[in-house]
Ligand binder design. Structure first.
Ligand SMILES: *Cc1c(COP(=O)(O)O)cnc(C)c1O
Length: 391
């Protein structure tokens, strides 16, 4: 008697349809080639403070065999002092990216019609959309391209609403009139200052938007230390507003992966239930604490980067680049003479790495990180050589 064997399953058939058709987030390149000037991922060109490096080195011993503090307790207490709030207002993540993902899982219902559509293979029999705000992840475009990926993974609906042509935030009246923004969406992400445009938003306009919002609203302030205003107070004032911050960009700590949210203790507690028990690695916690003990050093770096940004912008403008004003450590610019895509390649042959996004709103632009004066000068020289070669 032959035992009947179950049909062989292909690995593909084992993967949820929604994940099969997912386009994952594409991070900027981390090149292996040396001596490339890296202006493509908005890392800080200045190293961490010597105090931070010393604190990390000091912590590297037999303690590495132990689990780190599961709630990043000491770091949260330091952050609470820094921001004038309680530790219960703060959750720390493995980078703020992790917290953005956890927020999607904690606040948004997967939409069964989105899931069913995927199962019916690319919408062959699109069910009548059980469209509900509770399943909607909302954001402006262009902004951080991770948001739609998080929504897709979760089986949520997305509502992508265009910013003004100059990347300004539409007013609440405009959003109401045009009925394109859902004030009841379960989760709205607002990148402020905006990426990839670099445009800053005033606390007044953000406050008006937050007042009108009914769902959880995350103000993603990844670049706020380079801006003239921040909206932290809105996270402490409103129960539905969370402020996302990171040690990556302004505090030169991308490698360590430490970010955090500030907001109402009940939302923070909900996120806390969803995260992994030991989500923030021990050396990261130590590095972030030491960073808070060396703020004068970082403020000096912010000043330098802002000064470089203003000069860099002026000189690029003189070369014919159309540079948007920036409140961040990067600038969005439309290059002269030929397409942004071609500039990307030509700059790369000049050993300058910048970022180009193949998305309609910004396809004609390059995003260039503001590093040191030396790096800015190298890019300016490369741009001049490229333009000269054209004759
Ligand atoms: C870089 C970035 C983040 C993520 O920062 P990490 O803390 O390194 O995960 C979040 N939001 C925006 C807009 C960013 O540019």
């Amino acid at each position: 008697m032959k035992a009947s064997r179950p049909a062989l399953r292909t690995p593909r058939s084992l993967i949820r349809p929604i994940i099969r058709r997912l386009h994952g987030y594409i991070p900027g390149e981390q090149p292996k080639i040396k001596d490339l000037i890296k202006l493509n991922t908005n890392e800080n060109s200045y190293p961490p403070s010597p105090k931070v490096l010393a604190a990390i080195k000091e912590a590297i011993d037999g303690r590495l065999r132990l689990y780190p503090n599961p709630t990043a307790q000491l770091l949260r207490e330091d952050l609470a002092r820094f921001h004038g709030c309680e530790a219960s207002n703060i959750i720390v993540g493995n980078g703020s990216d992790e917290l953005l993902a956890i927020a999607t899982r904690a606040f948004v219902e997967p939409d069964r019609s989105v899931l069913a559509r995927c199962e019916a293979r690319e919408g062959a029999s699109a069910l009548k959309a059980g469209v509900t705000a509770r399943s909607t992840v909302q954001f402006f475009t262009p902004s951080y391209s991770l948001y739609p990926v998080l929504a897709e993974i979760h089986g949520a609906r997305t509502n992508a609403v265009p910013l003004a042509r100059d990347f300004g935030l539409p007013t609440t009246q405009q959003l109401r009139r045009e009925k394109i923004w859902d004030f009841h969406a379960a989760l709205s992400f607002i990148t402020t200052p905006n990426a990839p445009s670099g445009r800053g938003y005033s606390t007044t306009e953000l406050a008006a938007l937050c007042d009108a919002q009914r769902g959880v609203t995350i103000l993603d302030e990844a670049y706020v230390d380079f801006a003239s205003e921040n909206a932290l107070e809105l996270g402490l004032k409103h129960p539905h507003v969370l402020i996302a911050r990171t040690f990556s960009k302004a505090y030169s700590l991308c490698f360590q992966r430490v970010g955090y949210f500030v907001g109402h203790p009940e939302l923070i507690a909900a996120l806390d239930k969803v995260r992994d028990s030991y989500n923030v690695n021990g050396l990261g916690q130590i590095a972030a604490q030491a960073t808070l003990g060396a703020l004068a050093y970082y403020k000096g770096n912010f000043r330098k980067i802002i000064a470089t940004r203003e000069r860099f912008s002026l000189e690029l403008t003189q070369l014919g680049f159309d540079v948007f004003p920036s409140q961040t450590n990067f600038m969005l610019m439309r290059p002269p003479r030929f397409a942004a895509r071609e500039w990307l390649d030509r700059l790369r042959s000049e050993k300058i790495l910048v970022r180009w996004f193949n998305t309609p709103e910004v396809v004609n632009y390059l995003r260039v990180t503001v590093g040191t004066d030396v790096e800015a000068d190298a890019m300016l020289r490369a741009a001049k050589r490229i333009l000269r070669a054209l004759g």
